[in-house]
Structures are given as structure tokens and as C-alpha cells.
Design a protein around this ligand. Structure first.
Ligand SMILES: NC(=O)c1ccc[n+]([C@@H]2O[C@H](COP(=O)([O-])OP(=O)(O)OC[C@H]3O[C@@H](n4cnc5c(N)ncnc54)[C@H](O)[C@@H]3O)[C@@H](O)[C@H]2O)c1
Length: 437
């Protein structure tokens, strides 16, 4: 793909729509509001705090990323979304129990104004949930058209010049690619005939893409990981990205596993288990939704360790992932990892990780960065899968012939080099011979 010649400035308001206004979406909205009020620092956000080195190490040029690529300002974001429950963003944030009352009090007036639109929902795809705040229609196609109207109305009402949609809804049941996902025509026909291979999340994505709105997928749902959506994204000049925010346990996994491989240390097994008590944990109690999550969490090790290249180190890995719904913990998840590695002459060693994390606190800055980078990508004329955003995903989408890159630091290098490339700066190879000439 050619380098973008001129990137349109981020003028006017950027509409941010989230299907799903639960713990993650409302923590994101509240956090942005607190930063705007100068009550908080956007910790965890590469776009807000991160810098990028340009030129030689001796040049001393390290601007903030948000200034270098001219990202939309937080003041210019307008929030909206859909949920199967009618709670305002403030009520949903209060129920989610992520933020302390003093933070909630500071955002009460602005978050109370954000009310969800009626959702495109079908209990068959999220078995643990049921809500009444949902759209009605004869066919899935009718519902998708209603979503398109919602998008257009939101844009007009809020005076937005651009829009991004980011899925923050629940994890749907496990689905695989089906014949009806192959082309836009087949997909549309399947919506009209209420085909079971069309999940609600796909209706949102179809509505976004065909309205020229960028789409990111924060859950492991299949949604845009199908040829029909990718073709539509190219046709409508829309960037897309996914799947599944890389937040707690997988973040650590994609840091540790590359370290073992870098040092040629072997691995016999990796047992990961979690306890969490938020609604996401409840949804994942259903085996269908858990399977979707499990596939997403399992993929990383195989790709990072490349057992076909290193059979003596990684041929037989016992990799297990468990998620247990345990209400007392709420959003404060505990993730344990037991890692059985081996070193010189095959001597075994163990590593134990106990990460007492906060799920939505880790996810919120990722939502912010994805919104701003997807908007940048669209202004730069990039369309289709944005592989450079793999940094944010557990299960990164790639072109069909490629394997995904999971190593966090390769992902970061790729992201930063993409920004340099967009802006016509030299890429950084880390060769460094020029300093010794
Ligand atoms: N927090 C993390 O660390 C993290 C990491 C990776 C992925 N995720 C994923 O992000 C998503 C959101 O997580 P959460 O903790 O906010 O969950 P949550 O249960 O608090 O919120 C999800 C919301 O989506 C709504 N919803 C479900 N189906 C919908 C539909 N079809 N249309 C509109 N709304 C719908 C639910 O009613 C709920 O309010 C989940 O899929 C989760 O697996 C979260």
C-alpha cells in the first residue's frame, strides 16, 4: 500500500459509538471525562502519554504521539452507544462497581446524559443475558437498517464530522466462518432470511461499515473476521480491527513467552486460571461464550513459540485456560499462571504469576487508543484490516495468508513504524551502525 500523502486534520467532533455500555465502555467514558476535567491522568494510554523517537538517537526528537500524528482531542469526543438495559452511562458505571464513588460523583452530570439506544440483541447468542431494551424487526436486515439510522441520527444530532464504532458488548457464542460470510451479497441475503450464522454483533458491524464508520472489535466474536466484511470495508474505505482487547493475563503471556523463546528456554506447560465476578464473568459461564474466549486466549502461545521451528523446546506444551465466575471479586479479577519451563540439559523450573488486576481499568485506555487510531487510519486513507493495531488485541486479525504477530514488543515496533511511515519519517530498524562509522 502506498504511503498516505496528506492526512486530513481532525477537525470537528469525533462520534464514538459502543455497542455494549457495560463496565468497560462506561469506565472508558468516565475516564475521558475525568481527564478532560483535569482530575486524572490517562495512565495506560499510549496515545495520551506515549512518545515516539524520530531520527537518530542523538537527535533528541521524541514528540508525544498525539502531537506527532495529530490525533483527535479528548474535548472533541462525543459518546453514544447501545445496550439491552436502559441504564444511563452513569447508572451502568455505578452498577459495574469499577470506579470509586468520588470519581462517579465528578462525572455524574455528563454520564447521566449518555443513554443507550435500543440494542440489536438475540438471547441465542449470549445465553446468560436477557434484556428488554431491544429493537424489533421482521428480519435481521430490518434491524441492521435501524442501526444505520441510529448512526446517522447520532452523527447529525451531535454535529460529528467523523465516527468510530467499537464493540464493548458481551462475548457471543462460538461461531465459525460459514458460506454466507463469503461475500457481501450472500451476507445481505442471509440477513434477509434470518440465517443463524448472522450474529447481532455482525449487524452493528455491517451498519457501521456500510455507513463509512470504522469498526473495532473488543470481544473475541467472529464479527468482522469474515471475507464479506473485509470486502465491504475496502469498498467503503473503512478501517477495521480486532479481536478481543489484550488486557490482563494475555498481556503478561505475550511478554513472558517471547522472553523464553528469545533465550531458547523450553516450555512443558502453561496453566492459566482466573476468578472474576463481573457481568463479563457471568456471561463467560455459558460454555458457548467461554469457547469463544478460550480460542482467543489459547492462540497466542502457539504463534509466539513456533513449535514447528523449535520442536525440541515447544513440541509438547500443555496449555490450559480457565475462567471461573466468582461474584465476590467483581471487576477485580485474579489471574494465576503456573508456567513449567526447562533450561540447560532439560532441567525443569517453574514460574508463578498472580496478577490481581482490574479488568476494566486495563481495558479503558485501550478503548481510547483504538478509537483515536482508527480515526487516524481513516483520515490517512487506510482501509480494511489494520494489522498495526495488533498491539491491542488478544487475537489479532491479519490478511488470510498471514499468521498473527503476538509478541507485544514486535507489535509496538510495528505500530510506531506505521506512524513514522504515515508521516514520512525514517523507519527505525535498531541497526545502529551509523553511530560507529
Ligand atoms: N475488561 C477486559 O479486560 C476485557 C478484555 C478483553 C475483552 N473484553 C470484552 O469486552 C466486552 C465488554 O466487557 P465488560 O466487562 O464491559 O462486560 P459487561 O458485561 O459489563 O458489558 C457488556 C455490555 O454489553 C451489553 N450487550 C450484550 N449484547 C449486546 C448487544 N447485542 N447489543 C448491545 N449491548 C449488548 C450487555 O448488556 C452489557 O451491558 C466483553 O465481551 C469482554 O469479554 C474485556
Amino acid at each position: 500500500m502506498e504511503k498516505p500523502t496528506k492526512i486530513a486534520a481532525p477537525k470537528g467532533k469525533l462520534g464514538v459509538l459502543t455497542p455494549g455500555m457495560g463496565a468497560v465502555a462506561t469506565t472508558f467514558m468516565a475516564g475521558v471525562e475525568l481527564v478532560r476535567q483535569k482530575q486524572a491522568v490517562p495512565v495506560g494510554s499510549l496515545t495520551q502519554i506515549g512518545t515516539i523517537r524520530l531520527g537518530r538517537r542523538t537527535d533528541g526528537r521524541s514528540p508525544r504521539i498525539k502531537d506527532f500524528v495529530k490525533l483527535a482531542r479528548l474535548e472533541d469526543l462525543a459518546f453514544g452507544g447501545w445496550d439491552i438495559f436502559p441504564d444511563s452511562s452513569y447508572e451502568a458505571a455505578s452498577k459495574a462497581g469499577v470506579l470509586d464513588p468520588h470519581h462517579l460523583a465528578l462525572v455524574k452530570s455528563s454520564l447521566s446524559k449518555i443513554k443507550p439506544m435500543t440494542a440489536a440483541f438475540d438471547h441465542e447468542y449470549v445465553k446468560m443475558l436477557d434484556g428488554k431494551h431491544v429493537k424489533k424487526g421482521k428480519t435481521k436486515y430490518d434491524i441492521a437498517l435501524q442501526l444505520k439510522d441510529d448512526i446517522a441520527n447520532f452523527k447529525k444530532k451531535n454535529g460529528c464530522t467523523r465516527m468510530v464504532m467499537l464493540w464493548c458488548g458481551s462475548t457471543e457464542v462460538f461461531m465459525q466462518q460459514h458460506e454466507v460470510h463469503r461475500t457481501p451479497e450472500k451476507f445481505e441475503q442471509a440477513m434477509k432470511s434470518n440465517h443463524p450464522a448472522i450474529a447481532p454483533s455482525m449487524l452493528y458491524a455491517w451498519a457501521a461499515i456500510t455507513s463509512g464508520v470504522a469498526y473495532g472489535n473488543g470481544a473475541p466474536n467472529l464479527t468482522v473476521d469474515i471475507p464479506a466484511m473485509q470486502e465491504l470495508a475496502t469498498e467503503h474505505n473503512v478501517p477495521i480491527g480486532g479481536k478481543d482487547f489484550k488486557t490482563g493475563q494475555t498481556l503478561i503471556k505475550t511478554v513472558l513467552a517471547p522472553a523464553f523463546k528469545a533465550r531458547m528456554l523450553g516450555l512443558n506447560g502453561w496453566f492459566s486460571t482466573n476468578i472474576l465476578g463481573n457481568r463479563d464473568g457471568e456471561v463467560l459461564e455459558d460454555p458457548g461464550s467461554f469457547k469463544t474466549k478460550e480460542e482467543s486466549k489459547l492462540g497466542a502461545l502457539e504463534y509466539i513459540l513456533q513449535p514447528h521451528l523449535y520442536p525440541e523446546l515447544y513440541k509438547k506444551i500443555h496449555h490450559k485456560v480457565r475462567i471461573n465466575y466468582y461474584p465476590p471479586r467483581g471487576d477485580n479479577k485474579e489471574g494465576w499462571d503456573n508456567i513449567d519451563i526447562f533450561g540447560w540439559l532439560g532441567y525443569p523450573m517453574q514460574i508463578k504469576v498472580d496478577f490481581l488486576c482490574r479488568d476494566s481499568i486495563l481495558a479503558a485506555p485501550i478503548v481510547l487508543d483504538l478509537v483515536l487510531f482508527l480515526d487516524l487510519a481513516q483520515r490517512a486513507g487506510l482501509r480494511g484490516i489494520q494489522e498495526w493495531l495488533s498491539f491491542y488485541f488478544k487475537s489479532p486479525m491479519t490478511a488470510p495468508q498471514l499468521y498473527p504477530e503476538h509478541d507485544l514488543f514486535i507489535q509496538l515496533m510495528k505500530l510506531k513504524n506505521t506512524l513514522r511511515w504515515m508521516m514520512g519519517e525514517d523507519l527505525i530498524t535498531h541497526l545502529g551502525q551509523e553511530y560507529y562509522d
